[in-house]
Design a protein around this ligand. Structure first.
Ligand SMILES: NC(=O)c1ccc[n+]([C@@H]2O[C@H](COP(=O)([O-])OP(=O)(O)OC[C@H]3O[C@@H](n4cnc5c(N)ncnc54)[C@H](O)[C@@H]3O)[C@@H](O)[C@H]2O)c1
Length: 364
């Protein structure tokens, strides 16, 4: 596979490294020459032991176009749609766009969907947790049906973003990037939207359908130019009436990345970072004692698995839905609905027949 990675920041390094682990060729580009230098001398050797001379670095203006199997967009969310459309125009076999797929005003979301469909080029989103081993184990439990009728799903991504800034020592704080601006795809609603995506994933796995109604409370920090939600709390109902809760925040420490599916005959819990270097699935059926399955892995391995998933998807006749563009856009509709619900202090219904635009949202 021949890959172009756009954006030489935190995720651009992870995706470049993962592609190299798979023996793929990588061209990595960035608008900022300092980011390329930082990648070569600091981020990549700091994370993966040594710089890989096989990776070709380009400033965005000089980057080659055309001839790639996969183009990865790993830039701030407010540039995803424009770069995604440009990537599709290069006619690769697939495009992988980082989460969140766009900004909460959904600008360009439908256009991206339509161009991907018209050109018959698969677009994937970077919600890597849903293709991780722990999520696969939970989905397998749900598919077996041993938990009985599912009563509720609860997903939390609660993590103080100190960790993010540790991984970005060149940023002084949220004001220096999209992170401090919910409208640009930052804040807890955008940055930790893995939770909304994982909720959808497990709801589909147990036949609960799409999220149909949300009621949300966000807690905003508005200070100088900063404008971001630090807490995003949502009650959710699906098309089939399954109810549950999504919590995303950038204040909790130590972090808690957790999902629980409760049935009338047992439960399954997805635990990210259960121990250092280890995820876990805790599971109980009937009167049996709970069992804990440990899944050893590192963060760089998550992205290897994600790219393997993309490779397998391209090789198969039917593209799996889990990190497909529609699931990523469904997550964006939910994020947009959370913002509207908070603003209007009302519940919001999502009408998927209206497409990926704000017209799909109706306050109740
Ligand atoms: N899947 C995950 O778990 C995961 C992890 C980290 C980040 N992300 C996502 O990846 C995206 C980027 O996050 P990050 O932490 O890597 O940010 P970052 O700030 O570390 O890096 C972004 C890079 O993109 C570059 N850039 C901006 N516009 C560009 C353009 N038009 N062309 C080329 N380069 C451009 C910037 O100069 C910067 O170097 C965000 O959407 C974030 O949510 C996802």
């Amino acid at each position: 596979m021949k890959v172009k990675v756009i954006g030489a920041g935190s995720i651009g390094n992870h995706l470049s490294n993962a592609a190299r682990q798979l023996g793929w060729s990588v061209d990595l580009c960035d608008v900022d020459a300092a980011a390329l230098e930082r990648t070569r001398t600091q981020i990549y050797p700091g994370r993966y032991a040594a710089w890989d001379e096989g990776i070709r670095l380009f400033t965005a203006a000089d980057a080659p176009t055309g001839g790639y199997d996969l183009i990865c967009v790993g830039t701030p969310p407010d540039s995803h749609i424009a770069l995604g459309l440009a990537a599709l125009a290069e006619k690769p076999r697939a495009v992988l766009i980082e989460k969140p797929l766009c900004t909460p005003d959904l600008t360009g979301a439908q256009q991206l969907h339509d161009l991907s469909r018209d050109l018959e080029i698969a677009v994937f989103t970077g919600y890597d947790h849903v293709v991780g081993k722990a999520a696969a184990q939970v989905s397998a439990i749900l598919t077996k049906g041993t938990l009985g009728a599912i009563a509720t799903i609860d997903v939390e991504f609660r993590e103080h973003w100190g960790g993010i800034f540790k991984a970005h020592p060149w940023l002084n704080g949220p004001q220096d990037s999209y992170l401090g601006y919910s409208e640009r795809g930052g804040g807890a609603s955008g940055e930790h939207s893995h939770a909304a995506n994982l909720w959808q994933h497990f709801a589909h796995a147990c036949g609960g359908g799409k999220i149909a109604e949300v009621s949300a409370t966000l807690d905003f920090v508005r200070d100088g130019t900063l404008d971001y939600d630090r807490l995003c709390l949502a009650n959710i109902t699906t098309q089939s009436g399954l109810t549950g809760r999504i919590v995303q925040d950038v204040v909790t420490q130590p972090p808690r990345k957790w999902a629980r599916i409760q049935g009338d005959n047992g439960f399954a819990e997805w635990r990210c970072g259960f121990k250092p270097g280890c995820d876990a699935v805790v599971h109980q059926v009937g009167d049996a004692d709970p069992s804990t399955s440990l899944i050893e892995k590192t963060r760089p391995q998550d992205f290897v698995r994600e790219l393997q998933h993309v490779e397998h998807a391209l090789a198969s006749e039917r593209l799996p839905a889990d990190i497909g563009v529609e699931r990523g856009l469904d997550t964006m509709l939910v994020i947009a609905a959370l913002h509207l619900s908070h603003r209007e202090r009302r519940s919001v219904r999502i009408d998927y027949t209206k497409g990926y635009t704000l017209d799909a949202l109706k306050t109740l």
